[in-house]
Design a protein around this ligand. Structure first.
Ligand SMILES: C[S@@+](CC[C@H](N)C(=O)[O-])C[C@H]1O[C@@H](n2cnc3c(N)ncnc32)[C@H](O)[C@@H]1O
Length: 441
């Protein structure tokens, strides 16, 4: 790999660790921007970038064991150079240790740390010589530190998971977050899944069935999904099966009015719109989805998906879900409230979440969810449905909020499901379906 490739990865890591942009955005922009690079180089960059981020706590632990300077005292650029080099040494068998060390030293010099090249070289050579003697924490004696270091999560999060789920389930969830998973897609033509499989195979993509739904596929063996013709033609949408379950559980009927109050990038709105279209079956009764989000930037993401998937019955609007629209009161057959959350069900896909989230933010998010629910419940027509969902696993944001909602508003909790990554074969996700009570008399 060229020096330049490693330098690009360093820049990407700097952007994420300075909290300028989320990792999935930095990664997809890299794939778009460097389309001219060899496939092999782009794969190397993806692996090194994602791997280093995913394993950051683990890498810092190892650096800390072999460095004379405390990790917290190492300058951010040098720290990221060390992290990505230790990642190569520990996890990339095809890279000789000497190459990882030499390239790191050159990179440090190019970034103005000429006088620290001995330090970088020393730490990396020391790690390289002792890969088999790293003193990892003990699973039985130090369970919290063990989860933190082995599965690369902040220690408070490891402790929180143990407290909430017990050690074994916490370990299963965290282990799955580091596993390599195929990309899950929702076939738009639910009846034509086999045809989509054939088209994907012609593009050199492996497609396996999903575990929860017949129209879900797990695809792998491609570089960037945006470059696949089948994707550009709108044959499928990238969506986890847990998220597809939202529309499945909503019980949408022909001609329904659906309000998706936090819709970007439009996964569930597009699913609902497609379902309504296929239910219409030439009757012209296509129903309607109002897909809303808080900003123009967010709404543009929904528009892109609606356009690509060709859905005439989805209207995209900028709306703040915290502000009541009086003209919508009692108008919806289905309100989808897929609310902002801590995202702990998707830390495998978006590893920066696990480093940024705090215990206090979980509590704040649970309160925000309550606020939004108390506004958007007004849009549900009597006898109709509200779906509350999150891509997280914390009881505070999920079942506790569902119980609170049933207790405080005129709704009946009809069904709820909590999915766990590593247990249910999908992302960690929560869905609750409520029915609005009809007025008495
Ligand atoms: C979990 S995501 C929604 C994912 C989406 N339902 C999908 O399936 O593609 C939560 C969304 O809530 C939006 N959001 C946050 N606060 C909001 C508010 N006050 N009003 C409307 N949307 C908001 C965020 O911009 C974010 O896009």
């Amino acid at each position: 790999m060229s020096e330049n490739t490693r330098e690009l990865v360093l820049d990407m890591l700097m952007e994420v660790t300075r909290q300028e942009r989320p990792s999935h955005v930095v990664h997809s922009q890299m794939l778009m921007k460097y389309q001219y690079l060899e496939k092999q180089e782009r794969r190397f960059m993806s692996r090194l970038f994602k791997g280093t981020l995913e394993r950051m706590v683990t890498l810092d632990y190892v650096i800390g064991r072999f460095s004379s300077v405390k990790v917290s005292k190492i300058k951010p650029v040098l720290k990221n150079i060390l992290r990505m080099s230790v990642y190569q040494i520990l996890y990339m068998e095809s890279i000789p240790h000497s190459a990882a060390c030499n390239e790191a030293v050159k990179l440090a010099v190019r970034r103005g740390f000429k006088n620290l090249r001995g330090f970088v070289n020393g730490v990396l050579r020391n790690i390289s010589r002792n890969v088999d003697q790293i003193p990892w924490p003990d699973r039985e004696m130090e369970p919290e530190l063990y989860l933190s270091v082995i599965f690369s999560v902040p220690q408070w999060l490891g402790s929180y998971f143990i407290e909430t789920f017990g050690f074994n389930q916490a370990e299963t969830i965290l282990k799955d977050s580091l596993a390599v998973h195929p990309v899950t897609v929702r076939c738009v033509d639910e009846e034509g899944v086999q045809e989509t499989v054939k088209i994907l195979e012609q593009e050199g993509v492996k497609a396996d069935p999903g575990v929860l739904l017949p129209y879900a596929l797990r695809i792998s063996g491609f570089d960037s999904i945006g470059e696949l013709k089948s994707f550009q033609e709108g044959r499928y949408a990238v969506q986890d099966e847990s998220s597809m379950m939202v529309v499945e559980m909503a019980g949408i009927c022909r001609g329904d009015t659906v309000m998706d109050v936090c819709a970007a990038p439009g996964g569930k709105s597009c699913h609902a719109g497609g379902k309504l279209l296929s239910m219409a079956q030439g009757t012209g009764d296509q129903g309607h989805v109002y897909a809303r989000d808080v900003s123009y930037e967010k709404v543009e993401l929904i528009e892109d998906n609606v356009r690509r998937l060709g859905l005439p019955n989805v209207t995209v609007q900028v709306r703040d879900a915290l502000v009541l629209n009086s003209e919508d009161v009692g108008k919806a057959d289905v309100v989808l409230a897929d609310l902002p959350c801590s995202g702990l069900g998707v830390i495998g896909k978006k590893p920066d979440i696990k480093y940024r989230i705090t215990r206090q933010q979980i509590t704040q998010l649970a309160a925000l969810q309550r606020q939004i629910l108390s506004v958007v419940q007004n849009y549900v027509a009597p006898g109709k449905t509200l779906i509350y969902s999150t891509c997280t696993v914390t009881p505070e944001e999920n079942m506790e909020n569902a119980v609170w909602f049933e207790k405080n508003f005129g709704f009946k909790l009809e069904e709820s499901r909590q999915f766990f990554q590593g247990i249910d074969g999908c992302d960690g996700f929560f869905i609750a379906r409520f029915r609005k009570m009809e007025p008495e008399g």
